[in-house]
Design a protein around this ligand. Structure first.
Ligand SMILES: *Cc1c(COP(=O)(O)O)cnc(C)c1O
Length: 240
């Protein structure tokens, strides 16, 4: 039974890696520049274990309760955990126990909470600023994220916070606004924001963009990390 699931995951992974390789070739990029993060939300720890056996080292989750249990069940595996969901400050203490990276940092209050929790846990947490490309100044995105105009201030706050390391930027292609249906344009915009960020913070070079449906566009635009769920694990039973 596990053998069947393992074969399925192996086939899916091979197809995703091939898609990344083809997109890299088309863009003149080295596939080693693009890291695949498997988004395992809604799938059991057994799947994470099978993926680890197939060479996956980066996994992502979007809900703390589910992620904490899975990370605990997989504590013996050589995995890095990425938290990619909207994050409430009351979940921060739990998240810093297992997460190596949080991709969804989008407000100063969250920076303060993450810094306090990371320091208390004696951990260094990698932070990516989630950019909402459809948000105007002072607004937050429908699915989280800070407006492009506020990335600089948030970056400075993260860079000077104890326990935090500024790693880069993340986005989800907007479903509404001028970028709706234009993932390539959205990811190009994120790359511009990343370039500007690196002028002040040269080490913050992660560009997290692209999911199952638009990973090619993300690779073409310069993403360093793609977050792929469905194409690796299958269609999730229900969106949560
Ligand atoms: C679920 C999720 C993904 C993966 O999406 P798929 O379309 O299943 O590949 C990527 N990023 C975030 C933030 C997610 O919540």
């Amino acid at each position: 039974m596990n053998d069947g699931r393992q074969a399925q995951l192996a086939g899916n992974l091979a197809r995703v890696r091939e898609r990344i390789a083809i997109a890299c070739a088309a863009a003149g990029r080295d596939p080693a520049e693009v890291t695949l993060i498997a988004v395992t939300k809604t799938y059991p720890a057994d799947d994470v274990r099978l993926l680890a056996g197939l060479g996956v080292r980066q996994v992502a989750e979007n809900r703390d309760q589910e992620a904490a249990a899975k990370a605990d069940a997989c504590a013996d595996l050589p995995l890095s955990w990425h938290f990619v969901g909207q994050l409430q400050t009351n979940k921060v203490r739990s998240v810093v126990r297992y997460a190596d990276h949080v991709h969804s940092v989008d407000r100063l209050r969250l920076v303060g909470a993450l810094s306090g929790a990371a320091t208390a846990a004696d951990r260094e947490l990698g932070c990516l600023i989630q950019v909402a490309l459809d948000a105007g100044s002072g607004e937050r995105g429908e699915r989280g994220g800070v407006a492009p105009t506020e990335v600089g201030a948030l970056a400075d706050a993260i860079a000077s916070a104890d326990g935090l390391r500024l790693d880069g930027v993340m986005t989800v292609a907007p479903l509404a606004g001028p970028y709706a249906g234009q993932p390539r344009a959205a990811f190009d915009r994120l790359t511009e924001i990343s370039s500007r960020l690196r002028e002040a913070h040269p080490a913050a070079n992660m560009v997290s963009a692209g999911m199952s449906q638009d990973l090619e566009q993300a690779v073409a635009a310069g993403a360093t990390h793609v977050r792929v769920g469905t194409a690796v694990l299958g269609v999730r039973p229900r969106l949560r």
